[in-house]
Design a protein around this ligand. Structure first.
Ligand code: PLP
Length: 399
C-alpha cells in the first residue's frame, strides 16, 4: 500500500495546473491566440539582460567542475554572504549569512521551514485567500491549517479574528505580501499590528510563534512604496524568498530561507532547517543558479509590462462592471465571480475561451484569479471576451 495522503495529493493535481493543461490542449484545437490563458503565474517578461549575460559569462569562464558540482548542503558561502550584505544594505536589516539556506525556490523554502519547526498537530495560521500549496505543505509536515478570513473589499487581514484563532498550539503564521491571489500589499501599520498581536500572544501562552514571510513578490510593487523587511519588525521571523518572479527564473528553482539572527533560538532553528532540508533531499540547491544569485540581487525584470497589464485590465474590467480588488503588487487580479459558485463561473468563462482560476482553491469562495503576467497583446485581445462574459450574465439575469 502506498502512502494514502501522497496518493491523494498526486491524483488530485492543483486546479491551477489542471486549467493550464486544459489551456494547452485547447490552444492546439483552436489556435494559440484564440485562448486567453490567465491560469498560471509564469512570467512572460524575460530575465534582465544583465542576468542573462552573467549566466553566459559564468558558463564561458567559470571552472565547469565547480559550476556544475555539489556545493555545501546549505549553499555556496560567497553567495550567502552576498545575500546577507545586500539585505543589510537595502533594508538596514541585521541578517547573518550563517543563517541563510539556499533552496530550490519558495516552495522548497516553505516546505523545509514547516518541516523544521512543526511537531505533530501544531497549528499554522494562514490568511485567506492563500497560495493553495500552503495546506499541502503544512499537512504533510504534520501540522494543522487554521484559516483567518479577510476584511472585504480591501482583502486585508481581519486582526480581531486573527487574535482569536491563536492558541497555545499555534506554532507559525504564514504571511504573503504582495499577495497571491489578491495583489494586495500590507502597509507597515498592518505589519506592526500583526507583530504586536504575536508578541502579546507569545507572552500569554509562554510560547514561540514563528512568522514565516513568503516573499516571491517582494519587488513586484507598482506604487512608490516598499514592503517592510520582516526581521526588522519581529524577532521570531523566517523569510522564504524566491527568484522565480522578481527576475523571471521560475523553472530554474532558486531561492533561500533566512532565519532572523534575533530569534531566541536562531541557531537551533537553522539546524532544524538543515535537518529538514536533508531529510527532504533539498540539499545543495541548483549550483549554477546559486552562482548566479549575486548577479540577481537588486535586479528585476521589466516591471513596467506588468504595470501596464494591470492598469489595462483593471480599468477595462471595472468599466465593464466587474468588482475587482484594488491591486498594489504581484501580478494577479482578484475578481468577484458573477455568480455565487466560482467554479461554475470559471466554467462559464471557458465558453468565451477565458481561463480564470476559481478562488475555492485559495481557501475562499466567490472570486476568480486572473494571472496577468502574460504578453500585453493577450490582455488587449481578451477584453472583448470579458465584455461578452459580463453581458452573458446580464442577459441571463434579465430573462
Ligand atoms: N508562494 C507563493 C505565494 C507563490 O505564488 C508561489 C508561486 O507561484 C510560491 C510560493 C512558489 O514559488 P517558487 O516557484 O519559487 O517555488
Amino acid at each position: 500500500m502506498v502512502n494514502e495522503k501522497s496518493k491523494e495529493l498526486g491524483s488530485n493535481p492543483s486546479v491551477i495546473r489542471d486549467l493550464f493543461e486544459y489551456g494547452k490542449k485547447r490552444k492546439q484545437e483552436i489556435g494559440e491566440n484564440k485562448v486567453f490563458d490567465f491560469s498560471i503565474g509564469n512570467p512572460s517578461v524575460p530575465p534582465p539582460k544583465s542576468v542573462t549575460n552573467a549566466l553566459i559569462n559564468l558558463l564561458q569562464t567559470a571552472d565547469p567542475t565547480t559550476l556544475h558540482g555539489y556545493t555545501s548542503a546549505v549553499g555556496d558561502k560567497t553567495t550567502r554572504e552576498a545575500i546577507s550584505q545586500y539585505l543589510n544594505k537595502t533594508y538596514q536589516a541585521n541578517t547573518n549569512s550563517d543563517l541563510i539556506y539556499l533552496t530550490a525556490g519558495a516552495a522548497a523554502s516553505l516546505t523545509i521551514t514547516l518541516n523544521a519547526i512543526l511537531n505533530k498537530d501544531e497549528e499554522v495560521i494562514v490568511f485567506a485567500p492563500f497560495f493553495p500549496e500552503y495546506s499541502v505543505f503544512i499537512e504533510k509536515a504534520g501540522g494543522v491549517v487554521k484559516i483567518v478570513n479577510p476584511i472585504e473589499p480591501t482583502f486585508t487581514p481581519n486582526f480581531e479574528e486573527f487574535e482569536k484563532v491563536i492558541t497555545k498550539k499555534t506554532k507559525a503564521v504564514i504571511l504573503n505580501s504582495p499577495n497571491n491571489p489578491t495583489g494586495v500589499m500590507l502597509k507597515e501599520e498592518d505589519i506592526k499590528i500583526l507583530c504586536a498581536i504575536l508578541d502579546k500572544k507569545q507572552k500569554e501562552f509562554n510560547s514561540t510563534i514563528y512568522l514565516i514571510s513568503d516573499e516571491p513578490y517582494r519587488e513586484l510593487i507598482y506604487n512608490e512604496e516598499e514592503y517592510p523587511f520582516i526581521t526588522n519588525h519581529y524577532k521570531e521571523s523566517i523569510v522564504c524568498y524566491s527568484f522565480s518572479k522578481s527576475v523571471s527564473l521560475p523553472g530554474e528553482r532558486i531561492g533561500y530561507i533566512l532565519v532572523n539572527p534575533q530569534a531566541l533560538n536562531a541557531k537551533e532553528v537553522f539546524y532544524a532547517i538543515c535537518g529538514a532540508g536533508r531529510a527532504l533531499g533539498f540539499v545543495c540547491a541548483p549550483a549554477l543558479f546559486q552562482y548566479l544569485i549575486p548577479h540577481c540581487l537588486g535586479k528585476t525584470s521589466d516591471l513596467s509590462v506588468y504595470k501596464k497589464n494591470r492598469d489595462l485590465l483593471y480599468s477595462a474590467l471595472t468599466e465593464y462592471g466587474y468588482e475587482v480588488v484594488s491591486p498594489d503588487g504581484a501580478f494577479y487580479l482578484f475578481v468577484k465571480a458573477l455568480e455565487e459558485d466560482a467554479i461554475a463561473f470559471s466554467e462559464a468563462a471557458k465558453q468565451f475561451e477565458l481561463l480564470l482560476v476559481p478562488s475555492n482553491s485559495f481557501g475562499f469562495n466567490g472570486y476568480v484569479r486572473i494571472s496577468y503576467c502574460v504578453p500585453t497583446k493577450q490582455i488587449k485581445s481578451s477584453l472583448p471576451a470579458f465584455k461578452k462574459l459580463i453581458e452573458h450574465y446580464k442577459n441571463k439575469g434579465e430573462k
